[in-house]
Design a protein around this ligand. Structure first.
Ligand code: BTN
Length: 329
């Protein structure tokens, strides 16, 4: 008995007794109890309802590569190098990296859970099973690293376009590539993150592994562990997030189209859309990085994706990397 099997049995959100779960799976009730504990330890909030048995507080859809493929326009599905769903990986991006040269362009890996999910700047990315999306996509480019400046910002735009295609509004972008909920017109909790890792020749060709983590449904425990204000797509969608396979299909379709647009036009093709979703524009910012600590007002991004900050003396400073926080007004 594997935890994936138990999660699939509970996915409808209906209570099921230990006895009926054990019968369905052909195992003992003790084996069910053990897997309940495994899933709980990984952050799945399985409730125990006395005689009624175990249940999830809501229904969920297990990720299914075949189903995701059927949800893609056939012309896009044909362009994919691979489309795989795994129950568990250390990290979808690390797995794509290990495949290296043998992975075809537009190979996409999803995992229900990651044991060593990676965020930017060496941070961990919490990856409980069944709740959110963890996806990585490989895209090769003939150009060198310099032509890829702005790629991670463009991916932020691509994720927002995918959400819009499912009628999910209320999100924006925090430079360089955080996806945030908009709360009272201001940058709110983090909905997702993007990690772009480049390899290959500096002058080209090179490859980008684009990792996307999207919070569809956070539990109170996850909010507490996040270490920063976090939000989920369920909150933007009136309490119920979109079907996970449909969300994955929208992201993959957006990536294929958007990365081809990026290959053609570079970040210039995304600047206007980025500007429309730029949550730092006009906000009082605190910046830290190689240039030290300083404050200023967000003034958009340039054609390469560098953050523009208006300083107190009226001049503009261009920032290529660093951490930004919005100061309380
Ligand atoms: C960030 O720090 O905001 C970036 C988070 C990126 C997380 C995703 S989840 C899928 C892929 N696999 C990883 O290990 N990281 C990325």
């Amino acid at each position: 008995m594997q935890p994936a099997q138990l999660l699939a049995m509970l996915a409808a959100g209906e209570p099921l007794s230990g006895t009926s779960l054990a019968e369905q799976a052909g195992v003992t009730r003790a084996a069910i109890w053990k897997q309940v504990e495994v899933l709980r330890a990984r952050g799945v909030p399985i409730e125990a309802r006395g005689a009624a048995g175990y249940r999830l507080p809501w229904s969920l859809q297990m990720l299914d590569a075949k189903l995701i493929r059927t949800m893609l326009p056939p012309t896009l599905a044909r362009r994919l190098g691979a489309l795989e769903v795994h129950w568990e990986l250390d990290s979808t991006s690390s797995e794509l990296q290990r495949r290296g040269a043998v992975a075809k362009d537009f190979s996409v890996l999803l995992a229900e859970t990651q044991t060593a999910g990676r965020g930017r700047r060496g941070r961990k990315w919490l990856s409980p099973p069944g709740l959110n999306l963890y996806l990585s996509c490989l895209k090769r480019f003939e150009s060198g690293f310099a032509a890829l400046s702005g790629l991670s910002l463009a991916v932020g735009v691509i994720v927002l376009r995918a959400m819009e295609s499912l009628d999910i509004a209320g999100a924006g972008l925090k430079w360089p590539n955080d996806l945030l909920a908009i709360e009272d017109g201001r940058p709110g909790g983090k909905l997702g993150g993007i990690l772009v890792e480049l390899s290959g020749e500096y002058q080209g060709p090179c490859a980008a592994i684009i990792g996307i983590g999207l919070n569809l449904r956070l539990t109170p425990a996850l909010h507490a562990q996040a270490g920063q204000p976090a939000s989920d797509i369920a909150a933007l969608a009136g309490g119920t997030p979109p079907d996970r396979n449909r969300m994955a299909a929208a992201l993959i379709a957006g990536l294929v189209e958007g990365l081809e647009q990026f290959e053609r036009d570079g970040f210039a093709g995304f600047v206007a859309d980025y500007g429309r979703h730029d949550l730092l524009h006009g906000q009082p910012l605190q910046l830290s990085g190689s240039l030290g600590m300083f404050g200023g007002i967000g003034a958009g991004v340039d054609h390469r994706g560098a953050l523009q900050v208006r300083l107190a003396d009226g001049s503009l400073r261009s920032i290529d990397s660093g951490d930004v926080t919005v100061r309380r007004a």
